[in-house]
Ligand binder design. Structure first.
Ligand code: SF4
Length: 204
């Protein structure tokens, strides 16, 4: 399907390696099936090690259905309720992979980190690129460097929608099973996503 890109204003960005996004208490890096498989590889394919880097963020049941609809990744219904896997944060709010001033998994960093500070919205056949929430206040790279090309932004956006839609399809199947009385434990659901990521990788 052809998607048009609407970029409301020219966007200039160059990462200043401030690490602000990696230790912002308000940012949770949620993980797609592809992110989880990439992380699994960085953890030497040791599922126990992977689990040590992940948190299962639970949804506040008071969130309105409107807010839930706006979430990029759908929550998974598990034996412990609705959860979304994300990177663990340390008590000082640092991402578990942030060793100042660097990300120690930079080349395998998750989709959300690769896109930051950009975010994308889809409306019908149009893809709109915006700055991520609060990024203009906290990210010193915005407004620096060269203008991001339309081709670059479009590539990121297409990958974003492809990956998140694929992820949500898998979650939908898990949630159908759960609604029929067969919810998985959170770690079992995580394993399903990792193996799905592996199967997709081997098809390439
Ligand atoms: S994975 Fe890397 S880039 Fe992403 S928040 Fe953690 S340290 Fe930062």
């Amino acid at each position: 399907m052809r998607i048009n890109l609407i970029s409301l204003r020219e966007k200039r960005f160059k990462c200043q390696q401030s690490g602000n996004c990696c230790c912002d208490p308000n940012i949770i890096v949620t993980l797609t099936y592809r992110d989880l498989f990439q992380l699994f590889i960085t953890q030497e394919r040791d599922f126990r090690l992977l689990l040590q880097k992940i948190s299962f963020y639970t949804l506040d049941s008071r969130l309105s259905s409107q807010v839930q609809k706006q979430m990029v990744l759908n929550p998974i219904q598990t034996t412990k309720g609705k959860v979304i896997p994300g990177l663990k944060k340390l008590s000082n709010n640092f991402c578990i992979f942030f060793k100042p001033p660097n990300c120690v998994i930079y080349s395998s960093r998750p989709l959300a980190c690769r896109n930051y500070p950009l975010a994308f919205i889809k409306e019908r056949k149009e893809m709109i690129s915006i700055w991520a929430k609060d990024s203009q206040e906290s990210c010193p790279g915005i407004g620096k460097g060269t203008i991001l090309s339309t081709m670059y932004i479009k590539r990121l956006g297409k990958q974003f929608f492809k990956e998140t839609e694929e992820h949500n399809k898998v979650v939908k199947e898990l949630n159908i099973e759960a609604s029929q009385g067969r919810p998985l434990a959170a770690r079992e659901a995580l394993w399903v996503l990792v193996t799905y990521g592996e199967s997709k990788q081997s098809q390439k």
